[in-house]
Design a protein around this ligand. Structure first.
Ligand code: ZN
Length: 64
């Protein structure tokens, strides 16, 4: 089973080795809260600074 990690830059959750949105390899297993963004124009997406639909972490901390 692959581990879901969150991007430290944009909070996108991914099972890949790099973020599919910002291509950052700075991913962390140390995240809390799950937000599913369906409408990137919506209020929650705007508050989070999210520009693409998908699953995001509410809080992400570095693993170090
Ligand atoms: Zn990212």
């Amino acid at each position: 089973m692959s581990v879901l990690k969150a991007c430290l830059k944009c909070k996108k959750l991914t099972e890949a080795k790099e973020c599919p949105i910002c291509k950052s390899a700075e991913l962390s297993k140390n995240w809390k809260g799950l937000a599913i963004i369906i409408d990137p124009e919506g209020e929650i997406a705007k508050k989070m600074g999210v520009t693409a639909p998908g699953r995001y972490a509410l809080r992400v901390k570095s693993e170090q």
